[in-house]
Design a protein around this ligand. Structure first.
Ligand code: NOJ
Length: 515
């Protein structure tokens, strides 16, 4: 169906700094990514979502954007970005760009102008500048990365930053802000970008002067929807473009509001990502997801990982398999063999569900979280802002291992910006390519079958034993996942399984696709 490519798409998330380094400076870049497009096409994905590539002081991995209409020198040039978009399209891959509307960088032109212009100026109206209160910040809001959400400029005024001090929040009541982001969307759509991932999408509306009303003062305020109605109008002026929101909200009814027909096309399903690998919990998340999306006509998304969360292999190897942004369980014991086994099963589950699926780079290699990075190399602002109590997210951002027996594993010429564990030699693309039973080949096989039998649509639950989930898709393909303690019988021809069957039985922590 033209115009709805995202509904059943497989979207691969590229973290540009850690994917492939074309110029040997230790950081991934667009040249590296362009070289590796054939790998992505062969993997069988439909689109790439790229984390921010804009000029940035990189105080938060590029989520501190200094210029929304250019590319950071460390990644390349705007001309290279345009070439990449063209080459990706030629390879059958669409491009989704990350736009960060909640905050900019303290080095953006607008923020510098605001600081220079002084209190009461129209330049300061684009952000949240306020006088202090009793010698301290204007209110007691805390930053999501830890510490107060306010910092001071030299003339004594404070400005709001829900994340790091290098990320001043925009004031979305300013028409300048509203109009400029419409223009940013057009700028990239004109260059052929197929979709926009909206960062921190639920946080844009806030009023630091308002009396507390018992609601969260900056998350999911009602006024935020007006912003996305405006974005949708801009987007609809271009054929086949989509918006996908980063909307972390526990309340499904509130979450669904972002997916109304005049707002975003889709949003990430964090309930599924957070969910423990347990049958009742999963079934509940799947049912709730379908129940909230289907009446709106919005396609569900199925997400197991991204650049902010603990890698599935590590998470699923722990006693508690759920994920909680507030507690990454850093250093909790994990069984990597069990974790990999479960991550393989979870992948077949996610890929069989109706809707779109997101794959974070390295998920297809079964990379584990790197928990033992040297502290002095950690770059995530969470590490410093938490007073060195939370190591943050660097462990899932370690550069990608392509080939060879030792670091940098074909990533590029120099020392990668974060060190790769030497034992990743068994996890490289090259090593897994040669092994039909590897995680990489499981992903390739699954994506090839998915193209034929799965994607957008609906499912029918089938009766199943305790600890087992089984459903049939419209094409007739059945997915069974055994999360119980005993092997279970399955019926039909096995098209693909996440692990070998034992005497025709599906073992624990294993999933299969049958016909
Ligand atoms: C969500 C992004 O995924 C994360 O990496 C970033 O730190 C915050 N938004 C702030 O932009």
């Amino acid at each position: 169906m033209p115009g709805t490519w995202w509904r059943g798409a497989v979207i691969y998330q590229v973290y540009p700094r850690s994917f492939a380094d074309g110029n040997g400076d230790g950081a991934g870049d667009l040249a590296g990514l362009r070289d590796r497009l054939p790998y992505l096409a062969r993997l069988g994905v439909d689109a790439l979502w790229l984390n921010p590539w804009y000029p940035s002081p990189m105080a938060d991995g590029g989520y501190d954007v200094a210029d929304y209409r250019d590319v950071a020198a460390v990644f390349g040039t705007l001309a290279e970005a345009e070439a990449l978009i063209g080459e990706a399209h030629a390879a059958g891959l669409r491009i989704i760009l990350d736009v960060v509307p909640n905050h900019s960088s303290h080095e953006s032109a607008w923020f510098r102008e605001a600081v220079a212009a002084g209190p009461g100026s129209p330049e300061r109206e684009r952000f949240w500048f306020r006088p202090g209160r009793d010698g301290g910040p204007p209110n007691d809001w805390q930053s999501i990365f830890g510490g107060p959400a306010w910092s001071r400029v030299p003339d004594g005024e404070w400005y709001l930053h829900l994340f790091a001090p290098e990320q001043p929040d925009f004031n979305w009541t300013s028409p300048d802000v509203v109009n400029d982001f419409h223009d940013v969307l057009r700028f990239w759509f004109e260059r052929g970008v197929d979709g926009i991932r909206i960062d921190s999408a639920a946080l844009l509306v806030k009023d630091p002067d308002a009396e507390p009303d018992g609601l969260d003062p900056f998350t999911d305020r009602d006024g935020v929807h007006e912003i996305y109605r405006g974005w949708r109008k801009v987007t609809d002026a271009y054929p086949d473009r989509m918006l996908v929101g980063e909307v972390w909200l526990p309340d499904q009814e509130r979450f669904a509001r972002y997916l109304r027909p005049d707002e975003m096309h889709t949003a990430f399903n964090f309930d599924f990502l957070n969910c423990a690998l347990e049958p009742e919990a999963l079934r509940k998340v799947i049912d709730t997801t379908l129940a909230t999306h289907i009446p709106l006509g919005a396609p569900p998304t199925w997400v197991l990982s991204n650049h902010d969360v603990v890698r599935p292999v590590t998470r699923y190897g722990r006693a508690g398999t759920s994920f909680d942004l507030q507690d990454r369980q850093h250093g909790a014991p994990t069984d990597r063999v069990l974790g990999l086994r479960r991550a393989r099963a979870a992948a077949l589950l996610a890929m069989a569900l109706p809707g779109a699926v997101y794959i974070y780079q390295g998920e297809e290699l079964g990379l584990p979280e790197v928990e033992d990075l040297p502290d002095d190399l950690r770059q995530d602002p969470i590490w410093a802002r938490s007073g060195h109590t939370d190591p943050g997210r660097d462990g899932c951002r370690v550069p990608f291992p392509w080939s060879g027996d030792e670091p940098p594993f074909g990533f590029g010429g120099g020392d990668p910006w974060l060190p790769q564990p030497p034992d990743w030699k068994t996890l490289t693309v090259e090593a897994q390519d040669a092994d039909p039973g590897s995680m990489l080949n499981l992903y390739r096989d699954a994506l090839a079958l998915r193209r034929e039998h799965l994607g957008d649509g609906s499912l029918t639950w089938l009766p199943s034993a305790d600890g087992v989930l089984a459903f049939r898709r419209d094409s007739g393909l059945t997915c069974v996942i055994n999360l119980g303690a005993e092997p279970v019988p399955v019926t039909g021809e096995v098209l693909l399984a996440s692990g070998p069957l034992q005497d025709g039985l599906l073992p624990p922590d294993t999933a299969a696709w049958l016909r």
